[in-house]
Design a protein around this ligand. Structure first.
Ligand code: AMP
Length: 283
């Protein structure tokens, strides 16, 4: 496995692969890798000739009061984990190389990025779209892998790639969870023992929703009320949103007809966690 640290080196490799018709998979991450990230990498390794994992804590997708400065980092540990699942290249650039002083573009996707996290994290998806566009241009991937854990991000990137005719297939990978159900996340390290215990209400509440759905409930407000009630059994949980949205457009629905995503964002003290479940799809 090779570590690429500069934009120039990455561009030279990526454009070489495109010219040679190589099948290249990209796995964009912010590092501090866990099994969720590694599942994405394994899927890429199994389906491409070359896999590039990117590790970059993208400053422009963080708001002024968010956790950019304390976001967990461990490049040495990440390199060992990436190598263990067969990643060929890790691209870990410096912020000043990605965003030189001359950088001035912003990508604004309406609709799909305006609900859920788009409301509580203004500018977040503009930052995500910018970094992903840059990474796609540098790596020139055939396939890109994103986790369903960040379901709205996956929907936004699908729109980005389609709207700008990017020659890359966007692949979603199911959520990887801890044995007790908590969705794996780099931010789980922020949770103290009590918060970690109470955070189980998130995955449990998704199962409450699934049970209701399986029993035939199709009224979004009934399902959301049951989910809220379950989350509120945890005294430390502060709900930011519980919403049911169309799985493609991310717009709220009143009745569950086509595939929907039940999405939630909940704070435990200073830690903000998200989770979701898809209901009504073919799978
Ligand atoms: P992050 O480093 O948090 O930006 O995540 C990088 C990628 O890994 C994103 O596409 C996430 O959706 C994905 N990811 C993070 N956690 C999980 C998980 N528990 N299961 C599946 N994918 C995940």
């Amino acid at each position: 496995m090779e570590l690429i640290k500069t934009v120039a080196e990455m561009a030279a490799l990526g454009h070489g692969w495109r010219a040679a018709n190589k099948k290249v998979g990209i796995v964009p991450t912010m590092g501090y890798l866990h099994e969720g990230h590694l599942e994405l990498a394994k899927t890429s390794v199994a389906n491409n000739e070359i896999t590039v994992m990117t590790i970059f804590v993208n400053p422009i997708q963080f708001g002024p009061n968010e956790d950019l400065d304390c976001y967990p980092r461990d490049l040495a540990g990440d390199l060992a984990k990436a190598e263990s699942v067969g990643v060929d290249y890790v691209f870990a650039p410096q912020p000043a190389d990605m965003y030189p002083k001359t950088y001035s573009c912003s990508i604004d996707i309406t609709g799909v990025s305006e609900t859920l996290c788009g409301q509580s994290r203004p500018g977040h998806f503009q930052g995500v779209c910018a970094v992903i566009t840059k990474l796609f241009n540098l790596v020139q991937p055939t396939n890109a892998y994103f986790g369903q854990k960040d379901g709205q991000q996956l929907a936004v990137i699908k729109h980005l790639a389609a709207d700008f005719n990017m020659p890359v297939k966007i692949n979603g990978v199911p959520i990887v969870r801890e044995a007790d159900g908590l969705a794996k996340s780099s931010r789980n390290v922020y949770l103290d023992e009590e918060c970690r215990k109470q955070a189980l209400v998130l995955s449990q509440s998704l199962q409450v929703a699934k049970r209701l759905y399986d029993e035939g409930q199709r009224d979004a407000s009934m399902i959301k009320a049951a989910v809220r009630a379950h989350i509120e059994t945890a005294p430390l949980a502060e709900i930011e949103y519980v919403e049911i949205v169309d799985a493609l457009t991310m717009q709220p629905v009143g009745k569950l007809e086509d595939e929907v995503m039940l999405a939630l964002a909940v704070r435990f003290k200073t830690t903000r966690l998200i989770d979701n479940i898809l209901l009504g799809g073919e799978a």
